[in-house]
Design a protein around this ligand. Structure first.
Ligand SMILES: *Cc1c(COP(=O)(O)O)cnc(C)c1O
Length: 354
């Protein structure tokens, strides 16, 4: 069935092993982030096989899927919980990132009812301005948590390059380290999880610049893709090209390179611009913006140029290729993190594990 996302499990496993061994050598645990590929069970299995023991996802639906598959490893919810999902959260996951005491109270109620203890990881914001409390609010938050039954403060965490594009540095990671010291002092709990994310923080670990108090990295992209988008690089020691998109050609025709007639906007409120290259041989593939960020696709056949598309169609220029593409042929495209997210989410894209 096409379009098809082909996933190379061997490459992902090798990435997981390498990431795990570098982090271990620097005293950090890797928590694998599964949100960006909808927690595909086969992918999780190979990451588990690489020695990674804890997993984390932003969506309760994915966590449910993981449990339905029979995995019993500890799971952390990566997104600040919705009040409407705390019952399920407590039932299926062991810990969650939290920044709102009102939410912690609701988690507590659910935990007491279910006879469980749920781990609270205090989420702090060291400057990226997505979620998290300001570091100086940690003390008050933890003090309130210590009065609440059914929960336990088990760690502290922060994010980099999620909203503001802020990169980790010795200075901002130290803020996390200091918050952890504060929590240890208040709670007496020595084995706190002190967690950074995501993949963007791996560079500091590789360079040996992560403060030693930080003992966990939440990582998705590096393991699944071998890249670090926030530093705009491939990670040297890892393998890229872990996934490819295969799309089927449904039409091949010679047409002008510039549309004919008065031009309005397309369905996405854009007015495309065209360069006149004369008559060109074009192929239409059966995949579109509903499934992929088509402007981020590049064809494996370097002579094929992506021209654009619509909800269900991708249009490519095949004039310069050595291949004589025909209807029914398959074109393959590279997949980056953003497209992995879209393609794995699309119910119209089949997944093939190789
Ligand atoms: C998505 C996410 C991560 C993982 O990011 P990658 O860049 O895929 O490694 C880590 N932490 C949080 C809170 C996230 O939402």
């Amino acid at each position: 069935m096409y379009p098809c996302l082909e996933i190379d499990l061997g490459k992902i496993k090798s990435n997981a092993e390498k990431v795990n061994s570098v982090c271990k050598a620097h005293g950090l645990e890797v928590m694998a982030v599964t949100k960006s590929y909808c927690a595909i069970p086969e992918v999780i299995r190979v990451i588990q096989g690489a020695g990674i023991k804890r997993f984390t996802d932003s969506r309760m639906q994915n966590i449910k899927r993981i449990r339905q598959e029979g995995f019993d490893f500890p799971i952390m919810l990566l997104r600040i919980p919705m009040l409407s999902e705390v019952e399920e959260l407590v039932a299926l996951a062991q810990m969650s990132l939290n920044s709102e005491i009102a939410t912690v109270r609701r988690i507590s109620e659910a935990a007491v009812k279910q006879g469980k203890t749920h781990g609270i990881i205090a989420m702090i914001d060291v400057g990226d301005l997505r979620e998290g409390m300001w570091p100086d609010q940690v003390e008050g938050f933890v003090r309130e948590c210590m009065e609440i039954p059914g929960i336990e403060v088990q760690g502290v965490a922060t994010n980099f390059a999620c909203f503001g594009g802020v990169l980790p540095s010795p200075e901002n990671t130290r803020l996390l380290d200091e918050a952890a010291d504060k929590i240890r002092e208040m709670t007496g709990k020595q084995d706190l999880m002190v967690s950074v994310g995501g993949t963007v923080a791996f560079e500091l670990i590789e360079q040996g610049l992560m403060p030693t108090g930080i003992n966990c990295i939440r990582m998705g992209e590096g393991i699944s893709m071998g890249t670090d988008a926030s530093h705009e690089k491939s990670i040297d020691i890892l393998t890229q090209d872990t996934m490819q998109l295969a799309a089927e050609i449904v039409e091949v025709k010679i047409k002008p390179s510039v549309p004919i007639g008065e031009q309005g906007c397309d369905a996405f409120f854009c007015k495309p611009v065209f360069e006149d290259k004369g008559m060109r041989k074009r192929a239409v593939c059966a995949i579109g913006k509903q499934d992929a960020l088509i402007e981020r696709l590049t064809c494996k056949d370097r002579a094929v140029e992506v021209l654009g598309g619509s909800s269900d169609h991708l249009i490519v220029d095949v004039t310069d290729s050595d291949e004589d593409y025909k209807v029914g042929d398959i074109l393959r495209f590279t997949v980056d993190w953003a497209n992995m997210l879209r393609l794995t989410t699309s119910q119209y894209v089949s997944k093939r594990l190789i």
